[in-house]
Design a binder for this molecule. Sequence first.
Ligand code: ASP
Length: 596
Amino acid sequence: MYKDIGCGEVREKDEGKIFRFAGWVHKRRDHGSLIFIDLRDSKGIIQIVFDPSKSVDSHKIALSLRSEWVIEVKGSVKKRIKGAENPNLLTGKIEVIATEIKILNKSKTPPFEVNEDINIDENLRLKYRYLDLRKPKMQKNIKTRHIVTKAIWDFLHEKDFVQIETPILIKSTPEGARDYVVPSRVHQGNFYALPQSPQQMKQVLMVSGFERYFQIARCFRDEDLRADRQPEHTQLDFEMSFVEQDDVLNLVEDLYKYLIRKISPNAEIPEKFPRISFKESMDVYGTDKPDLRFDLKLVDLTDVFSNSDFGVFNKTIDSNGIIKGLVAPGCFSYSRSQISELNQLIVENGGPGVFTLTRTNKKNNDLEVQDIKSAFSKFVNIEKLKESILISKCEEDDLLLICAGSKKIVNQSLSLLRNKIAEDLNLIKTDSFSFAFIVDFPLFEWNLDEEKWDAMHHVFTSPKDEHIKYLDSNPGDIIGQLFDLVCNGVELGSGSIRIHNREIQEKVFNIIGYSSSEVSERFSTILESFEYGAPPHGGMGLGLDRLVAMLVGESSIREVITFPKTQTAFDPLFDTPSLISNQQLTELNLDIHNKE
Ligand code: ASP
C-alpha cells in the first residue's frame, strides 16, 4: 500500500502520529514560504503543509505541484493554530507537516475544476466523467447508491428473498416501450431483445418454486427520452408467491422506511404509507403521482356551475367536460402579472387557461354578486356562486382558481397549478418523504388514437377477483390489482398481483388485441408454465436511480448514475452508439442501408 490511512480519516486524537498519504492534489496555495496542499482521496480531504524549515526537498517538489497530480506524502499530524481551522472539513482541526513527497503521476490541466462545484456544461462533464466522478459530491452520490443497494440486500435477505440473476439476452417482454435488439450471429436473421424488465422471467421463477425472488436489475427501454429518463435504468425487481396485494405493499413500506432511516435518519416519513385509490387521487389531486407534502386539494364544481348563463361552462358540460377549482390560500391580492403567470403555465402545457374568483369578507350567507370578483360572476346566479365558495372553502383572503375543459386537461392543469402554488407559497416541507401507494387502477385504458384497449400497467396484471366476470363484457369497468409507489410527486415504482391462469391471461391478450399467432409467438412459454401449477404471485419493480437521487437531494437521476447517457441516448465518454466493422456486419449477415 502507498498509504497508511485515508486523507479524510485523521482526527485531533492523531496529533503527533506520522502517516503516509496518497491521493490527488485538490488545491494548492502558496503563502510566502509555506505551501499548502489540500490532498484528496476517496476518504476525504486533508491539508498538507510544506515548510522548507522541515524539509527543503519536499518544499521544492511541492512548488511544482498542480491540480490533480497524484502524490504520496509522509508527514506528522499537528493541530492547526486557532483561527486557521476549517469547519467545513472533518479534518479541519488538524494538518499534516510534510517530510517526504513523491510524485506518482502528473495530470494535464483538467477541462473543468474538480475542486469547485460550479455549473459546467453537462456534455463536457459526461465526456470527462472520470474527472467529474472525482468531485466529492459525486463520490458521495455513488457511495450512497452502494449503501442503498447493500441495505436492500440486507433487508430482503433477512426476509428470505433469494437474489437471482436473469439473462440479458432474452425474448421480448412488453413494458410499453420499444425493445433494444441484438442480432444473433449463430441464428442469422434472428434477434434477442434486451429486457425492458425481467417480468416474464420472475413470474416463471415463481412457477419454479422460488417463493421470494429479488434482483437489482438493469432494464432497457428504447424510448424517445423524456426529461429525466435513461435508455437503461436500474430497478429493484422482486416477486413473491402466495401473496395478496397488502402483503406486497406492507413489505415495500417496511423496506422504504428502513432505507430512509438508514440514509436520512432525521427525515420525516409517515409510519403508514396512505393507500389512495386511483380515482380519489385523480379527483383530489388531478394526478396519480400526488405530492402529499402539502395539503392543497381540488374540488369538482361541475354540478355547481351547470345550467348557468356562462357559455364556456355550458359548452364544457355539454361536451362531457368538467369544471374544477383549487383554492390558493392567502392569494387574494395576487397581481395581474402573477395571475397571468399562472395562466401562461397552464396554456403552455396545453391547458385552457384559468378563471379566478375572489370575495369580500362578508359572511357567506350575506354575499351578493358585487361582493364577488370574477369574469363570470354576472353570468352565474348568486346561489351557485355562493355554493362554489362554500364547497371550495374559499375564504376572504384566498384566491379560487377554476379550470373548465375535458377531464384529462382540467386535472393536468390544476395539478400543475397545485404544485406551482405550493412552491410559490413555500408549502413544501423539505427533508420529508411523503410516500403513498396509489391503488385500484383500471386494468385497461382506452387508446384514443388506435381505438383499442391498452393495459394500464402491463399485460400480466390480474383483475380484481370480483371483476374477472367483466373480461367478456366490460373491460373498461375492470379494476386491476395494480399499484404504484409515489413519493413527493414522483412515481417510484409499480407492481401488481399477476394473472396465474392461462385462460384469464389469454382473455387479457385478446382484449388488448393480440392475435392468436402473436400470442403463441411471444407468450407461449409463460402461458404453458401456468398449466403446470403456477402459484398465485405478485411483485413490483422500483426505480433505484430515482430513489437514490431523492435521498441525496438531486433532481436529475444522471447525478446518481456513474456513466449516464445524454438526452439523445448517446454516451459521450466512450462515444457510442458507433459504427461496427464490416467484418462484424458480414458475420451477422447485416446490411446497413444509409438513409439518403
Ligand atoms: N415489470 C414492471 C415494470 O418494470 C414492474 C412489475 O410489475 O413488477 O414496471
